[in-house]
Design a protein around this ligand. Structure first.
Ligand code: 13P
Ligand code: ZN
Length: 270
């Protein structure tokens, strides 16, 4: 077996959690990540027949049966992942019935996967139906997006249009816009189902007064997606109280669609 601490999927998780902490997006145990990894890759680093523990997920994820995920632990601090990956991260395999997670590595202090596993796995299911390349679901608490949910209309079209208007490249990075959920109790199957439903039409889902979910093909891309939306929210908060003199017009955005070969969400531009 190769050294798991050198596995690209663990190294990338360590780098990403550290980077997210350094961006201020993951105070205390805030935030969680799940990364889907192929069996062929996992097998190089862990004995996939050696199950350490079987942990019920509390919901059905039949479409994910047999799939492997690296998942951050519940109650664990992103700031600490770099020092003890084997305590703060775990590798799980979803059982054939789609109801349990077999722990193959990690959570060495007896811990378990994030309390937000419903939102993660249900979102993986939703995104995989649209894009078989989807590997990452990422949740965090970036301050500007969170702040924006206190002062901006939560209507998805209005919220998206404001973000698109804040930085030229927003519409290129997230042409599907952002979807928004009203405040809901976190860590539940209900918020998991609602998030997954929203993931059907956008890879970004804002949880009002809580944070954001992003989905993508790898950690870098998903990080960049959230980073771009968060930057836009930061600009919004810098200007929202000032008289608006200039903006990015819908005509400008149509030019961006053409130049970058993207299609803005239907009905969102005039
Ligand atoms: P976990 O510590 O269970 O991952 O929860 C953190 C969080 O952000 C809840 O939404
Ligand atoms: Zn959270």
């Amino acid at each position: 077996m190769k050294d798991i601490l050198k596995a690209p999927f663990i190294v990338e998780m360590v780098r990403t959690t550290t980077n997210m902490y350094n961006h201020g997006w993951d105070e205390r145990n805030g935030g969680n990540i799940s990364l889907r990894v192929d069996e062929s890759e996992i097998k190089e680093y862990v004995d996939i027949d050696k199950v350490i523990r079987t942990i019920p997920t509390g919901f059905d994820a039949p479409e994910l049966a047999g799939m492997y995920f690296v998942v951050t632990g519940t109650g664990k601090y992103f700031k600490n992942v770099q020092y003890d990956p084997e305590i703060n991260l775990g590798i799980i395999k979803i059982t054939a019935d789609g109801k349990n997670a077999q722990l193959l590595w990690g959570y060495e202090d007896g811990g378990q996967f994030t309390s937000e596993l419903p939102a993660h796995l249900m979102s993986h299911m939703a995104r995989l139906r649209i894009d078989s390349e989807n590997r990452v679901v990422m949740h965090c608490h970036p301050a500007n997006l969170l702040a924006m949910t206190y002062v901006h209309d939560l209507n998805e079209k209005a919220f998206t249009r404001t973000l698109w208007q804040m930085c030229t490249e927003c519409i290129v990075v997230f042409p599907d816009g952002v979807n928004v959920l009203p405040w809901m109790l976190c860590g539940t199957n209900e918020i998991g189902k609602a998030t997954a439903k929203k993931m059907e039409t956008s890879r970004l889902v804002v949880w009002a007064q809580h944070g954001i979910y992003g989905a993508g093909k790898d950690l870098d891309e998903t990080f960049g997606l959230i980073e771009t939306a968060e930057k836009a929210a930061e600009i919004y908060l810098k200007i929202a109280h000032l008289p608006l003199v200039n903006t990015i017009t819908d005509d400008n955005m149509h030019q961006l669609e053409e130049r970058f070969n993207v299609k803005a969400r239907d009905g969102y531009l005039d």
